[in-house]
Ligand binder design. Structure first.
Ligand SMILES: *Cc1c(COP(=O)(O)O)cnc(C)c1O
Length: 390
């Protein structure tokens, strides 16, 4: 769905409330209807054959899906956006849309692991060469080949939170004729809009903060003017679409994105700073902390931080890690993040790195700081740390 543009001067809270609420989608209602549809009926043969009906088939769009596409495109400052049934399918669509047999792509070593699995299995099978690169590189000139068609970024990186120099890498990629795709799930379009910084395509696992309630699987891919036609075509060709209930839940999540993220942000910063002072913690990986190696870049290219970061338990092995995690009562032990609830997982970064091996003096734990009171979360973490020490 192409965005109508405009509204860019207003504040983000206002835009989050207004986005995707054109009368064409909602009628007189505040929210669009949840349209469950495969077949859409035409007025007559002429309309059917003209291809000019506003809606032709459920897979290709309904008022519900187009409302969210328009909202995402507006928040991403994109020409248009498409929806996918999961964040991972948004990642794979973005790659399939721009890569052909014989092409080469550059992926950061910190790419979301199932994306790496897709590249190592499906992309290579289709004849695409894949190179993983150190995400902290600011010069990828030596890695760019004449056949490099895609440079992919994810900043900060999955599990280890390296911040990438998106403007510099985009400029180098464009000079070499490559398309730049950025997975910006961590910042959400509220805190970083990759297309404004030089990327061609922005990927969102809407499952995380856009949905925001741990009850939805959804992805979105947005593109600038040059990349949009190719993205739109690939999305249609692959038959991707999202269920109307998930789309509706994500539209609701979007309205409260800013108030939720501000709370995630302040609680996570408070807890990250507190953890950094603990003798049992050897490292805290949060780009918003001045101690983070990517802090200056983060300050330059992001307008906020969210609730997801990591820390290393000093000398923690499997036993200490299990005692820590099992003692937590407010932090759930489970995958994904971006919901209202706090989560903790052991992050096995060493298992998925090939360009830059991950080394630390203990287990890396990834925390998602939810909307609970930060004092309660600190008390919970302290109980976990004490259990690990025993
Ligand atoms: C979770 C995640 C995805 C995949 O999202 P799903 O909806 O779980 O498929 C993609 N990219 C990043 C950075 C993620 O964190």
């Amino acid at each position: 769905m192409a965005s109508s543009g405009g509204g860019g001067k207003r504040g983000t809270g206002t835009r989050l409330v207004q986005a995707g609420r054109a009368k064409a989608f909602t009628g007189r209602f505040v929210n669009p209807p949840v349209v469950h549809a495969s077949t859409i009926l035409f007025e007559n043969t002429e309309e059917m054959l003209s291809g000019k009906a506003p809606y032709g088939y459920g897979r290709r769009g309904t008022p519900t899906s187009r409302a969210l596409e328009a909202a995402v495109a507006e928040m991403e400052a994109a020409e248009g956006a498409v929806l996918c049934p999961s964040g991972l399918s948004a990642v794979t669509l973005s790659l399939l849309a721009f890569l052909d047999a014989g092409d080469h792509c550059l992926l950061p070593d910190t790419i979301y692991e199932p994306g790496r699995h897709f590249a190592d299995t499906v992309l290579t099978r289709l004849g695409v060469a894949v190179t993983y690169y150190d995400p902290t590189l600011t010069d990828i000139g030596a890695l760019l080949e004449p056949r490099t068609r895609v440079v992919y970024l994810e900043s900060p990186g999955s599990l280890t939170f390296e911040v990438q120099d998106l403007p510099a890498l985009s400029a180098q990629a464009h000079k070499a004729g490559a398309v730049v795709i950025a997975d910006a799930t961590w910042p959400t379009p509220l805190f970083q809009r990759p297309i404004e910084l030089g990327a061609d395509v922005s990927v969102q696992a809407a499952t995380k903060y856009l949905g925001g309630h741990a009850d939805v699987l959804l992805g979105a891919v947005s593109a600038n003017k040059e990349a949009w036609p190719r993205l739109k075509k690939a999305h249609g060709a692959l038959g991707l679409c999202a269920g109307p209930d998930d789309v509706y839940a994500t539209l609701k999540g979007l309205r409260t994105l800013e108030v939720r993220l501000r709370r995630h942000e302040s609680s996570a910063l408070e807890i990250a700073g507190w953890l950094e002072q603990r003798p049992e913690v050897s490292q805290v990986l949060h780009p918003g902390l001045p101690s983070h190696p990517g802090h200056a870049l983060w300050r330059r290219d992001f307008s906020g931080s969210t609730g997801l970061f990591g820390f290393v338990g000093r000398g923690w092995g499997r036993a200490e890690t299990a005692r820590f995690l099992d003692a937590l009562t407010l932090f759930g032990l489970g995958y994904s993040w971006g919901g209202f609830e706090s989560l903790a997982v052991p992050a096995m970064a060493e298992k998925s790195r090939t360009a830059v091996p991950w080394k630390a003096d203990g287990t890396l734990i990834r925390l998602h700081i939810g909307l609970e009171d930060p004092e309660d979360l600190k008390a919970d973490l302290l109980a976990g740390i004490e259990a690990a020490r025993r």
